[in-house]
Every structure is written in C-alpha cells, then in structure tokens.
Design a binder for this molecule. Structure first.
Ligand code: PEP
Ligand code: MN
Length: 338
C-alpha cells in the first residue's frame, strides 16, 4: 500500500499519516521525491479495511494498493501455476481437461450413458447436478442423494471422477461421500458460510464466477476457501450478466488472461451457461482454449430435448465428439495437449 501525498503537502500532514498508519499496524516508510512525497506502508499485519481512511487526511492525494487483498490466491505469493488433482486428473498442467455431462442427473441410465459418451469423446471428468440451484422454486431441483448415487455408479462404470454442485453447507457431508470435487454455483459465489465450510472440507472445489462478481470478488471468494486450509480451488468463468440478451450470459473471455496474471489458480471456462444456446457453445469453447483456459466444463445430454434443465444449451454426444476433435486442433497451437 502506497500513500501518495499532494504536491506541497505540509510536513505535519505527512507525520499525521505516518502516525495513523502505525496505529493501524503498518510500518510507514517515507520516500521523499522532488515534487511530492510518498509513504510505503509495509507489513501484512495492518488493517487493510481501515487504511483507506488515510485518503481523507489533509495533504493526501491518493492511496495505491500494491499487494492484493487476496493473498493465498495471488501470484504475488505463489509465482508458479498450481495444479489441482480431481480424482487423479490434474487441472492446470499442460494437458487441457474437459469436464462434461448433463446439467442435472435425471436417472441412473441417463447419467451412465452420458458418462460413457463423454468419456469416449475424450472428457476426463463427469459433471452432473444432484442439488440444483434454480431461479424458480417450481423448476426441477435435482434428485439429491439419489442423484449422487447414480453419479457414483457412473464413475464406477467409466472410471471418470465426478464433479457435482453443493448448494447448502448442510449437504457438504453427503456430497463429500460421493463426489470427487464440489462445484460452487454462480449463485453461491458469495455464500460465505458455504465457502468457509468448503475450505474445511478435504476435496477440491470448482468455484464458478457469479453473474455479477468482479474478478477481484471472484478471487476473494477463492481466498475464503483457501484461508480455511483448502488450496485445491479451480476457478470457472461461466459468463456474466450484461445488457446483451442474445446469449444467456456474456462470456468474459478476458477473465482468463486477467486471472492468469493475478492468480496461480487454474481456470476453466463453462461455455454452456455463457451461451445458453447450443449453437454458440463450440465457438466459445474454442475461444476459451485459444485464450489460455486450463479446460472446459460443458453440458452434454444424451437427449437434450428431454432434459429437465438446460436442454437448450446441451450438446448431443455427437456434437460433443465433433467439438472435441476441433479442440484437438487448437490445443497444440497454444502449447497444450488434449
Ligand atoms: C450448472 O452448472 O448447471 C449451473 C447451475 O451453473 P451456474 O452456477 O454457472 O449457473
Ligand atoms: Mn446447467
């Protein structure tokens, strides 16, 4: 944190800032310049929330935060990119990881058949929701534990690890029993009770960006989980809400290079919830890989027209296989394997 004093600020104003900074737990270091002076506030023990009061002090021009408010998630703290192991599958390395499966688990047959199809096409992780966060309370909200059992069956049949959403902290234990990774949905990104509890759980978390969260808030949510001891966080950009209505959300592709610059955590893209329409999913998937994402999470349903949720954005197994072949051409162009 740097406090930039105004040109011509009085000496006593500078001293006042230094005194307050010390009270807040920082060591102030004054750098005397030709035109103006700046004060470096050093130390991690300082009170970051209250330090912004200094901006209101006489003689202060501005405050420039230097170290990020997130620490464990930040590249300042860990320079090398992290890899996260989900049931033996490593995300964040040279190999791109595609997770695929239906929006919701609907029956044993549906999820096992989805798993077989996506595995044959090259997916490495199976997705499927058993607890569904739905905008309408009248929509299908998932099969709950029964769905988790079907997911476990699909893993047993195919060997694919399973990622599935947990909506409520009270369900963490039950989801833990069956899943290889927890998904935190867009609507829960700032459910701090859930994030804290997942930070204490011993399985990786796929953390989806909220539809109205900034990248900094996204990384702060990751920090919540990590600060509790669970460092296995995979970030997922799934589109944010803008004025555009032609797509369900607007895929913030810039999130990939920005997150890569600011954080060591791996990041994947969910083109399905970004697009909302199956016809746009392939283009967004390709853009994601080209932009440097570490993988994708894609909705695939054996019969999208019968899906209980998100059928309009779900690829058929045939469409998914075709997309995977196209992605295989792009991966080496950006130094990745698929
Ligand atoms: C999902 O993955 O099916 C889902 C509900 O996603 P999101 O939280 O991104 O809307
Ligand atoms: Mn969905």
């Amino acid at each position: 944190m740097i406090v930039v004093m105004k040109i011509g600020a009085a000496d006593k104003e500078l001293k006042h800032v230094c005194q307050k900074a010390e009270e807040l737990g920082f060591s102030p270091h004054v750098i005397y310049g030709k035109e103006r002076n700046v004060i470096g506030l050093v130390g991690t023990g300082g009170n970051r929330d209250e330090v912004f009061i200094l901006e209101e002090f006489e003689g202060v021009d501005s405050i420039v935060p230097i170290s990020k408010p997130y620490k464990l998630a930040s590249r300042e703290v860990k320079r090398e990119t992290s890899t996260v192991n989900i049931g033996g599958v490593k995300i964040g390395g040279e190999e791109l990881i595609v997770m695929a499966g239906p929006c919701s688990v609907e029956s044993e047959e549906q999820i096992v058949s989805s798993a077989r199809h996506v595995k044959a096409a090259g997916a490495k992780i199976l997705r499927g929701g058993a607890f569904k966060p739905r905008t309408s309370p009248y929509s299908f909200r998932g099969l709950g534990e029964e769905g988790l059992k079907y997911l476990a069956k699909a893993r047993q049949e195919t060997g694919l690890p399973v990622v599935t959403e947990v909506v409520n902290p009270a369900d963490i234990d039950i989801v833990y029993k069956y899943a290889d990774a927890f998904q935190v949905g867009a609507r829960n990104i700032q459910n701090f009770a859930l994030l804290t509890a997942l930070g204490q759980a011993k399985k990786p978390v796929l953390l989806k960006r909220g539809m109205a969260t900034t990248i900094e808030e996204f990384l702060m949510a990751a920090e919540y989980i990590m600060s509790e001891g669970n460092h296995d966080v995979v970030l997922c950009e799934r589109g944010i809400r803008t004025f555009e209505t032609a797509t369900r959300n607007t895929l913030d592709i810039a999130c990939v290079p920005v997150v890569k610059a600011k954080s060591h955590l791996p990041i994947v893209i969910d083109p399905s919830h970004a697009a909302g329409h199956v016809q746009y999913v392939p283009s967004l998937s390709k853009a994601a890989i080209a932009a440097g994402a570490d993988g994708l999470i894609i909705e695939v349903h054996p019969e999208p027209e019968r899906a209980t949720s998100d059928g309009a954005q779900s690829l058929t197994p045939t469409q998914f296989s075709k997309l995977m072949s196209e992605l295989r051409l792009i991966a080496p162009a950006v130094g990745r394997k698929l």
